[in-house]
Design a protein around this ligand. Structure first.
Ligand code: FES
Length: 58
């Protein structure tokens, strides 16, 4: 499933680079070699970052 149509980023791309060092959507996109453009996808990305952080704390 494509999450970011501006950069053609799939959910699997996002999940592949999630790590404790990535604390923002901007940082995550930088890891993927792109930048946020329209911003419509950032809510999903931010939620993934929060979920990833929560899983690490359990
Ligand atoms: S959909 Fe991701 S920046 Fe536009």
């Amino acid at each position: 499933m494509i999450i970011c149509s501006c950069n053609v980023i799939r959910e699997s791309d996002i999940l592949a680079v999630l790590s404790p060092e990535i604390e923002s959507a901007e940082a995550l996109y930088a890891c993927l070699g792109c930048t946020i453009k329209c911003g419509k996808c950032t809510a999903y990305v931010e939620q993934e970052l929060i979920s990833n952080c929560s899983r690490r704390q359990q």
